[in-house]
Design a protein around this ligand. Structure first.
Ligand code: ATP
Ligand code: MG
Length: 296
């Protein structure tokens, strides 16, 4: 592996994020080429966490724009602070300034409420990490607007003028693929697909993220989750569920996966009524017997 990529892997692992060469390479290239990194993958596989870890590893700010249906450019960029403007108008009522002069004051930077995109562009000092989370939830119209911002890193505010980024932020976009993103957006970004982790990776994640877990239990959990993901479930559990489950088992002082404790804690990683029934049936039929220790 290249030295630079090994270094990224090391940096991220210091922040408790377990990478593989594909992830480390993408993160390295996004930084080196100053391109946004678009990360897709199933729920709970560690997409959002990459941006958080990157900000910590670079010792810089994380600015997060959470996307949702109906999110519009103003909410993402800036709004005028109406109450502050009103207050100023009231205070200035008796002043001798002309209406134009008064207007120029209340439509200037101190009266601007910076939303995440403008914050990221105008941040002084070190370049921040800009996380545009779950971009697939926003509308196509917003996506085109985003494309504009991501190509120029500048924003025009009619009353103030054009504001250009002093440093390009590191941009991470995530998507759960609830809808296809446009080709134009994809073309602008480097692409990373994160799959469910391999057994070895998941084991390492559990050992890193769940303090005090014993080796046997960590191994059994990781093996169990690999099997679970092969079952035809409606909601396939991600790493987030594995970690919740492992933490719960440690809290219950379990030192191995026993039939009883597995049944008691199914809700940590099975999040669907049909899946729960299916699981209970599998346990009753003894199909998971190789994975867990039966009752004495
Ligand atoms: N490779 C990893 N190393 C360490 N922790 C991980 C890793 N992958 C996932 N996690 C942990 O799993 C949890 C879920 O990760 P995250 O929130 O980033 O998932 P996501 O892909 O953004 O999910 P969603 O699509 O639901 O938003 C977090 O607690 C994160 O720390
Ligand atoms: Mg996420």
């Amino acid at each position: 592996m290249r030295e630079e990529i090994r270094k990224i892997q090391e940096l991220m692992e210091q922040e408790a994020y377990i990478t593989d060469p594909a992830i480390a390479t993408s993160v390295y290239l996004a930084m080196a080429l100053k391109k946004p990194l678009l990360i897709e993958g199933h729920a709970g596989v560690g997409k959002t966490e990459i941006a958080k870890v990157l900000a910590r590893a670079l010792d810089t700010n994380l600015i997060r724009l959470q996307c949702y249906e109906g999110l519009d450019a103003t909410t993402a960029l800036y709004e005028w602070n109406y109450s502050k403007q009103l207050l100023r108008i009231k205070l200035e009522e008796a002043s001798a300034h002309s209406a134009e002069e008064k207007e120029a004051v209340i439509f200037s930077e101190p009266f601007l409420l910076k939303r995440p995109l403008l914050q990221a562009i105008t941040q002084d000092g070190q370049a921040p990490v800009l996380l545009i989370d779950e971009v697939d939830r926003s509308d196509e119209e917003f996506e085109s607007f985003l494309l504009e911002v991501l190509s120029d890193f500048q924003v025009t505010i009619p009353e103030i003028g054009t504001i250009k980024a002093t440093h390009h932020p590191y941009v991470v976009l995530t998507s759960n693929r609830s809808r296809e993103l446009s080709d134009a957006l994809r073309r602008r970004c480097l692409y990373l697909w994160i799959d469910y982790p391999s057994l070895a990776k998941e084991l390492k994640i559990v050992q890193t993220k769940v303090p005090g877990i014993n080796e046997q239990l960590a191994g059994e959990i990781a093996r169990f989750m690999q099997t679970v993901r092969k079952m035809k479930l409606n909601k396939v559990p991600g790493v987030a569920e594995t970690l919740d489950w492992a933490t719960a088992l440690v809290a219950l002082h379990a030192s191995y996966l026993g039939d009883e404790v597995v049944r008691e804690t199914l809700g940590c990683f099975v999040k669907d009524k049909g899946d729960l029934r299916k699981f209970q049936a599998e346990l009753d039929a003894g199909h998971l017997a190789g994975m867990i220790t039966p009752l004495p």
